[in-house]
Design a protein around this ligand. Structure first.
Ligand code: PGA
Length: 250
């Protein structure tokens, strides 16, 4: 049975004090014990948030990125090993903001995935098409390419650890959520591509999260889609009450 997951990506938001208050509130209000809850604060807050989450059943910590090299002269970068050393078990890789603003290609992202897995860090690998891709009706092709180049060179054992997040770029931070039809359609497509490459067992057990303007109002219907196993939440994860209500709507 695949895991149901709600993950909050804080992006470059919150001071340490505000971030810790947010975690405190969340721990008090999110009552749904049946799903995995993941918090992805900025790197600099990871160790402190790890302290807060220590011993809290059902909560895990993620970084928002990692470098593809094990270590070395990469000023300003953070390695997978460092992330693990402060208590995180997950890492978001290939978020569209990394792809767009930092020029991360599928080839680089594949290296990041490999490095993360080598350090026992579970990748939450993001895929998703632009608005132009969708209007040109090449959205399936775009996502297929991202999967092929970013993940599908992994051996089956490694691939089976990966979580996928479908985040249409046009829905991120815009308030324009994918319809349940669009979300289910793409999630089903992703699962069928996994099936073709790795077989039915793996495809049935891979968690595929939806991200892009998920909020307390639309979470329930999105999570009810057959192939949607949870959400990767940006803006709404910065408001404890709203994030808790998304978690509790599963
Ligand atoms: P959003 O961001 O929920 O603010 O649209 C989602 C994401 O970028 O992961």
């Amino acid at each position: 049975m695949r895991k149901k997951i709600v993950a909050g990506n804080w992006k470059m938001n919150t001071t340490l004090t505000k971030g810790l208050e947010l975690v405190d509130e969340l721990l008090q209000t999110s009552t749904n014990d049946s799903i995995l809850k993941i918090i992805a604060p900025p790197f600099i807050h990871l160790a402190s948030v790890a302290d807060k989450l220590n011993g809290k059943e059902g909560f895990e910590l993620a970084a928002q990125n990692c470098h593809q090299s094990a270590n070395g002269a990469f000023t300003g970068e953070v390695s997978a090993e460092m992330i693990v050393s402060v208590g995180a078990k997950y890492v978001i890789i290939g978020h569209s903001e990394r792809r767009i603003y930092f020029g991360e290609t599928n080839a680089t992202l594949y290296q990041k995935v490999v490095t993360a897995l080598a350090n026992n860090l579970v990748p939450i690998f993001c895929v998703g098409e632009s608005a132009d891709d969708r209007s040109a009706n090449v959205h399936l092709e775009t996502v297929k390419q991202q999967l092929k180049e970013g993940l599908f060179n992994l051996q089956l054992d490694d691939f089976s650890k990966v979580i996928i997040a479908y985040e249409p770029v046009w829905a991120i931070g815009t308030g324009a959520t994918a319809t349940t039809h669009q979300a289910q359609g793409m999630h089903n497509f992703i699962r069928s591509e996994i099936n073709k490459k790795y077989g039915k067992d793996i495809s049935e057990n891979t968690s595929i999260l939806y991200g892009g303007s998920v909020n307390a109002e639309n979470a329930k219907e999105l999570f009810a889609c057959l192939d949607v196993d949870g959400g990767l939440i940006g803006g709404a994860s910065l408001k404890a009450a709203e994030f808790a209500s998304i978690i509790n709507s599963f």
